[in-house]
Design a binder for this molecule. Structure first.
Ligand code: MIG
Length: 649
């Protein structure tokens, strides 16, 4: 049962699409208001677990932490940092009382959850205008499903988006992309797409290609597609300020950019230099921006990633020395770290100095900050719906609840550290609780230098995340799967992903079409597993227990009921795994997974590209009797819940 309590006059976030009854007051929280904020408090019992908050630092159980919803471009993925790129203001209390609460406001929100052992949840919404959605009844899992249902149908990617992809900040020319394709194909490692980072652009301008590097982009797209590889360009939020250039001129004429205090267009310094931000909170601006992707779809592109949409900016028109690059550089050099705090202040001043036209309502950016990225995803998605007659790949860095209807997310600039593999393991169930099914992290890590062991273990985990993309930053070591010596282990593990595709695709599509989670905590189904965060349920049949520790030849695994253990070493080897704790060896070139009792896991033949996807001859592992296989053509929008074929042993 879901109901909402309305405070003040909330702006439209479109997070929830379901019709929801209005309640008079908050059922579970003590509410206090002052001129600037509304505070919600709930007394925790010592055994209560608090779930949710999607993409945040901390654990799956959010107890003991302080988290701030304020979308931030930050590579500091440590517990010292309260804000990442997204705001997912949904929590679930699971204990003596079980309920969910979604604080629907794009303003800054502070969550203190048993912070400093306060014994309470304290949520401060820094606005007087918000809707509190409260969900009562059932288990934590049912509470999450109720939210997901209320958000509305999740984004449905094409089959190829479930393939494996390679990316790096730094691939510049056709030659670079061909070399990656060759590297994979010559080594027999599967690959479905390569992402194009900002280096493809002409002077970092969206909707442009560097013509020296890409003399005929349409021909290049089709050449790569002929090899089974899609190219996926990045699109940044800001449009370069450049009189005479068509996208800029159009935006100025149509008035689709955000305004500054004086009524002009707000200027922010990002990759291309001075930019204007499209007003993604305005429906006309969204329609305009979405239509711009014709530039790419005309050239044959079918997938995109949207970046810098917190929105990130290096400086803005209210920064000191705004137009003088040398002066700004000098400040950076002279003041080092002190500059950092100053930059944060300048960033805030920037956010407080530009305005949206929310279809007639003028709002200060700062007050609706957390909506920006999700609304960019919406603009792109609604544009692509019109431009293409089939599904597309789309994932974004910034998001707000509701954006899952339009695209997926990746979790930004992590680094090549074991802690960030574990963070990826924690993010997946939390994102799923908030409706973000199509998600993943930069496999191998964005910052820093990955090594063979970390990449293999990371791949063995991302083999189960819908978005499985190896991505790294500009000056890091080569991170493609064929750059780490003997490629056999990489071929095997990425190969496993493709053998599991019938299951992964089918489970994802069923979850998306039935308002369910694709990845969930083990405790959502087995209460005895409460507290276990390094094992997950993937779809309806599988439990995984990834190895996330350096030098470990295996790990301890809790098996909550009798299951079938499957060791993949190029073949699937099944054995019984009785209920209880097990010490399990997992060699670096193996993946061990668990099939739940009474369930089946369909596996396909070895393939190296989704073009070879074939469900006509599947092997069924496990002790179940039947499996509901979701099938469709993998590309058109003909995705109905009835596309089910029952497979029996
Ligand atoms: O300021 O486009 O998170 O994936 O490679 C950095 C360059 C901008 C941040 C993204 C990252 C991407 C990088 N971008």
């Amino acid at each position: 049962m879901i109901s909402k309590v309305v405070f003040g006059e909330p702006v439209r976030t479109d997070a929830i699409t379901a019709e929801v009854e209005t309640a008079k007051e908050a059922a579970r929280f003590e509410v206090t208001e002052d001129e600037k904020s509304v505070t919600f408090r709930y007394a925790l019992r010592s055994r209560d677990v608090v779930y949710g908050l999607g993409e945040t630092m901390g654990k799956v159980n959010k107890r003991g932490g302080r988290y701030i919803s304020f979308n931030t471009d930050t590579a500091d993925h440590t517990d010292a940092n309260p804000s990442l790129y997204a705001s997912h203001n949904f929590i679930v209390v699971d204990g003596e009382e079980t309920f969910g609460a979604f604080f629907d406001t794009p303003a800054r929100v502070v969550f203190e959850i048993d912070w400093h052992d306060s014994g309470e949840i304290r949520v401060v919404c820094e606005t007087r205008d918000l809707s509190l959605y409260q969900i009562e009844g059932g288990s934590a899992y049912e509470v999450c499903r109720e939210l997901i249902r209320a958000v509305g149908r999740c984004y449905l990617p094409p089959l190829w988006a479930f393939g494996y992809g390679q990316s790096r900040f730094g691939y510049e020319t056709e030659k670079d992309f061909r070399a990656v394709a060759d590297g994979y194909q010559e080594n027999g490692i599967p690959l479905d797409y390569i992402c194009m980072d900002i280096d493809y652009m002409d002077g970092y301008r969206d909707f442009s290609f560097n013509e020296k590097s890409f003399p005929d982009i349409a021909a290049f797209v089709s050449e790569m597609k002929g090899r089974g590889i899609r190219l996926v360009p990045i699109v940044d939020a800001g449009i370069k300020v450049e009189p005479g250039e068509s996208v800029y001129e159009e935006g100025v004429q149509k008035g689709t950019f955000c305004r500054n205090r004086e009524g002009g267009y707000f200027q922010a310094g990002v990759w291309p230099g001075m930019t204007h931000f499209p007003d993604f909170l305005n429906s006309r601006a969204r329609a305009w921006f979405g239509g711009l992707y014709k530039f790419y779809t005309d050239a044959g592109f079918e997938g995109f990633w949207n970046d810098m949409n917190e929105p990130a900016m290096f400086y803005n028109e209210y920064s000191r020395g705004f137009k003088n690059v040398l002066f700004r550089l000098a400040l950076d050099l002279l003041f080092g770290n002190r500059q950092r705090e100053k930059k944060e202040r300048e960033l805030l001043r920037g956010y407080k100095s530009f305005y949206h036209d929310m279809d007639g309502r003028r709002v200060r950016h700062y007050d609706v900050h957390n909506l920006f990225g999700g609304m960019m995803t919406r603009a792109t998605s609604e544009g692509l719906e019109k431009l293409l007659d089939h599904r597309f790949m789309l994932f974004s860095r910034s998001s707000y609840i509701g954006a899952s209807r339009y695209g997926g997310v990746w979790t930004g600039d992590n680094s090549s550290r074991w802690e960030h593999l574990m963070l990826n393991v924690r993010h997946m169930p939390s994102l799923n609780m908030c409706g973000f099914l199509y998600s993943g992290a930069d496999t191998g890590g964005f910052g820093g230098n990955c090594d063979r062991e970390l990449l293999l273990r990371w791949l063995a985990f991302s083999a189960f995340t819908p978005l499985m993309r190896n991505h790294t930053g500009k000056f890091t070591r080569d991170q493609e799967a064929y750059r780490f010596g003997d490629v056999e282990a990489f071929r095997k593990i990425i190969g496993l992903r493709y053998r599991l595709l019938p299951y992964i695709y089918s489970e994802y599509m069923k979850a998306a079409l039935r308002a369910d989670m694709y990845i969930k905590p083990v405790a959502f189904v087995y209460p005895e597993a409460r507290g276990i965060e390094d094992q997950l349920l993937v779809g309806d049949s599988l439990m995984i227990a990834p190895v996330v520790t350096q030098g470990a030849g295996g790990r301890r695994v809790f098996v909550p009921e009798d299951m079938t253990r499957v060791r993949y070493d190029g073949e699937f080897r099944c054995e019984p795994a009785p209920k209880g704790w097990h010490d399990v060896d997992v060699a670096l070139d193996q993946v061990v997974l668990y099939i739940r009792r009474g369930k089946l896991l369909p596996v396909g033949k070895a393939i190296t590209n989704t073009a070879e996807y074939d469900v006509s001859e599947l092997t069924l592992l496990g002790d179940g009797e039947s499996y509901e296989l979701y099938t469709d053509d993998g590309l058109t929008r003909d995705c109905k819940p009835e596309n089910i074929r029952i497979l029996t042993k």
